[in-house]
Write a protein that binds this ligand. Structure first.
Ligand SMILES: Nc1ncnc2c1ncn2[C@@H]1O[C@H](COP(=O)(O)OP(=O)(O)O)[C@@H](O)[C@H]1O
Ligand SMILES: [Mg+2]
Length: 229
């Protein structure tokens, strides 16, 4: 018996009768999908992201088993960051989060945790650099940089630091060219007077690259990619 437990929802979920009803009706299908693992949209160091054949609006981010996980904040916290960053900017968006819950198979105590969120019709910059798609016509690195940089400023004003801003975590809408920042799995908030890019955990000090530095580096890579093409 596989089971979804400990659900935590967002106001966007509670407000959205369509997605709520869909979720309740299709929990069994989602459990089945989690069992079968197919329809992969993408993968990173901590998770795999899947979509459902039966609903184009949502996708599931499934964390890898705890023992294989590099640094990752709890999914509830990732969901909170996504909620707090809704509508902070007109040019750059983050996916709408809906719910996190545990999923386990056959009473396995090592439940995996998943996040149900808005599915973006988009490709990551990494996908594009790897030749899995094209940059939109008229794509301009300077304008890209300006838009993401504005977004970062607004995010930092809210005391949220992304800390993992590489090409796999910025997406471009396939139709509109709109930009999205995703994956707040390494992010932090309310660091007080400490440096948000270093973190001391169990005597180990972790350090992250500044968001602006990552952005500059990504833009250089993009420029080179466009020149080479
Ligand atoms: N909301 C989404 N809609 C569509 N694709 C997504 C979405 N979220 C993530 N992806 C895809 O899945 C990949 C991995 O997701 P991500 O959240 O970055 O996981 P990780 O923490 O493992 O890096 C992304 O690089 C992207 O290609
Ligand atoms: Mg990622």
């Amino acid at each position: 018996m596989s089971e979804i437990k400990h659900e935590i929802t967002t106001p966007d979920f509670e407000r959205n009768e369509r997605i709520k009803t869909f979720y309740e009706r299709n929990k069994k299908i989602i459990e089945k999908l989690l069992e079968e693992i197919k329809n992969k949209l993408g993968e990173g160091a901590t998770a795999e992201v899947y979509f459902l054949d039966s609903n184009e609006e949502i996708c599931l981010k499934i964390l890898k088993p705890a023992k294989e996980l590099p640094y990752h904040v709890p999914l509830e916290q990732e969901m909170n960051f996504l909620s707090q960053l809704q509508n902070i900017d007109e040019e750059v968006r983050v996916p709408k989060p809906y719910l996190t819950a545990d999923y386990s198979e056959n009473g396995d105590e090592n439940a995996i945790r998943f996040l149900l969120m808005e599915k973006l019709n988009a490709l990551s910059i990494r996908d594009i650099l790897e030749g899995k798609g094209e940059l939109p016509a008229g794509f301009n690195v300077a304008s890209f940089k300006g838009k993401i940089s504005n977004f970062l400023e607004k995010m930092h004003e809210k005391n949220i630091y992304h800390r993992d801003l590489h090409g796999g975590n910025i997406m471009i809408d396939n139709k509109t060219g709109d930009l999205y920042v995703i994956d707040f799995g390494a992010s932090t908030k309310d660091f007080g007077s400490d440096n948000p890019y270093t973190e001391v955990r169990l005597e180990n000090s972790l350090s992250f690259t500044e968001d602006e530095v990552n952005l500059t580096e990504l833009c250089l890579t993009l420029k080179k990619y466009m020149v080479d093409k």
